[in-house]
Design a protein around this ligand. Structure first.
Ligand code: UD1
Length: 429
């Protein structure tokens, strides 16, 4: 086990590059299962979740070749096993993304149920209902989703609530279905659009990705393609939030500011100055302590739930009282208790945290509980005075490429150390 030790109190300053988006890479890797030719993927971030996906693909007999320059070639022509075992699914819930492609191309898939996780129950009922509407027969036996189908049939399916991976699973399945599929109440996240672009490069016919109605015309076969993953808007937003929490000046390059509107609006509401160009964005928060800001998470284009924990840190050091309301997940405030250990004043009221900003936080030993919660503790450690040890750092490695190197590049005093204390079980997020 490892931990991050941070000596806080330094405003972040400088420039850092955005990596490819985790939440776009994982569905694109799953899309390779629709092909019997190689899919070349560029701008792949070096993350634990990508490694887990590659292990899962290799378990199925899929060939994964890594090139320099963050590119991967995935060749599913050699697939022998259409299954995702519990050991892999439990560490990464996004493993469910293999269900639609396997079923569409091979007619059968056995995928372990993800189960509960740290940020709420996160069921997959909508994924399953959509595949059933396309003609699949699905049973759950011994914790395993067993899905069977001849060729899937195009259908009209309205998703009961907005689900990102659910939309992606069904969109991928529909590309090889017989006839047209219309997905209503679809997720509009940029990562859904990125996946659609990859599928179109593979020969799929898709309209409306990025809106709440996606139309897919099924094809009998797709072909090999090359796709470049879009920049990670959540990683970008994380560095910008860290700049505000530490009263720093940070530029993120190789990113796409157009994907960050809701985040940039709230950063500006703290009093920070925001500038951007076509592929960079800069936050200057050096002039003053951030102002309190009210946040309410919702699906894209609303304020991302994946940015909520980072804004809790801004609220914890802001001038005034902020409210942070979580509407996407039912249990995504586990960072609150850890932030309180560092001196944050937080009062929970149902799905809202009322946070009264303090002039300073103080370093403390804290425990990472899920991916975004963990990075919020790193930001808090950099903003605080004194030493913070963030334990269970494996959560951060799932979704942030070289987090300590990038933070150090911005002037943070942060180092990775062995952690000899026993830790509990892994939870997916
Ligand atoms: C994805 C992102 C994750 C982000 C989340 C919300 C990936 C790999 N992960 O997760 O980083 O935090 O979107 O933006 O892209 N739900 C159901 N039934 C279902 C599916 C979902 O009730 O079948 C509920 C969930 O419990 C949750 C809500 O819908 O309350 C949104 O979840 P969803 O959009 O599916 O999240 P993920 O796709 O798992």
């Amino acid at each position: 086990m490892e931990m991050l030790r941070i000596e806080g109190g330094t405003p972040l300053a400088g420039e850092v590059r955005a990596s490819g988006a985790k939440n776009a890479t994982l569905p694109v890797l799953a899309a390779s299962l629709l092909l019997d030719e190689p899919l070349i993927i560029e701008n792949v971030p070096h993350l634990e979740d990508v490694t887990t996906s590659n292990v899962l693909l290799a378990h199925m007999g899929v060939g994964v070749t890594m090139y320099d320059n963050m590119a991967l070639a995935v060749d599913a022509s050699t697939i022998v096993r259409c299954e995702a075992p519990y050991d892999l699914v439990k560490t990464m819930r996004a493993s469910i993304l293999v269900l639609g492609p396997l079923l569409a191309r091979r007619g059968h898939a056995d995928v372990s149920l993800p189960g509960g996780c740290a940020i709420g129950s996160r069921p997959v009922d909508i994924h399953l209902a959509g595949l059933e509407a396309m003609g699949a027969e699905i049973t759950v036996e011994g914790g395993i989703i067993k899905a069977r189908a001849g060729r899937l049939t195009g259908t009209r399916f309205a998703m009961e609530s907005v689900t990102v991976t659910g939309t992606e699973n069904l969109m991928m399945a529909a590309t090889l279905a017989d006839g047209d599929t219309v997905l209503e109440n679809a997720a509009r996240e940029p990562e859904v659009v990125d996946l659609a672009q990859c599928l179109v490069a593979m020969g799929a016919e898709i309209q409306g990705a990025g809106t709440s109605t996606i139309r897919i015309r099924g094809k009998s076969r797709l072909h090999g393609a090359r796709h470049r993953v879009l920049p990670d808007r959540i990683e970008t937003g994380t560095f910008l939030a860290a700049a505000v929490a530490t009263k720093g000046i940070v530029t993120v390059s190789q990113t796409d500011p157009a994907l960050l509107e809701a985040t940039a609006e709230k950063l500006a509401a703290t009093g920070a100055r925001i500038e951007s160009g076509s592929d960079w964005i800069r936050v200057d928060a050096s002039a003053q302590r951030p102002r309190a800001v009210n946040i309410r998470t919702s699906p894209y284009p609303g304020f991302a739930t994946d940015m909520q924990a980072q804004f809790c840190v801004i609220a914890a050091v802001a001038n005034g009282t902020s409210s942070v309301t979580e509407t996407v997940f039912e249990n995504r405030f586990m960072h609150a208790a850890e932030l309180e250990r560092m001196g944050a004043m937080i009062r929970p009221e149902g799905n809202t945290l009322v946070i009264t900003g303090q002039p300073t936080l103080t370093g403390a030993p804290v425990m990472a509980t899920d991916l975004r919660a963990s990075v919020s503790l790193v930001i808090a450690g950099i903003a605080a005075s004194g030493t913070t040890d963030v334990r269970r750092v494996y959560h951060i490695d799932r979704g942030y490429e070289c987090v300590e190197e990038k933070m150090a590049q911005l002037g943070a005093q942060i180092q990775r150390l062995p952690d000899k204390q026993p830790v509990g079980s892994t939870v997916a997020s």
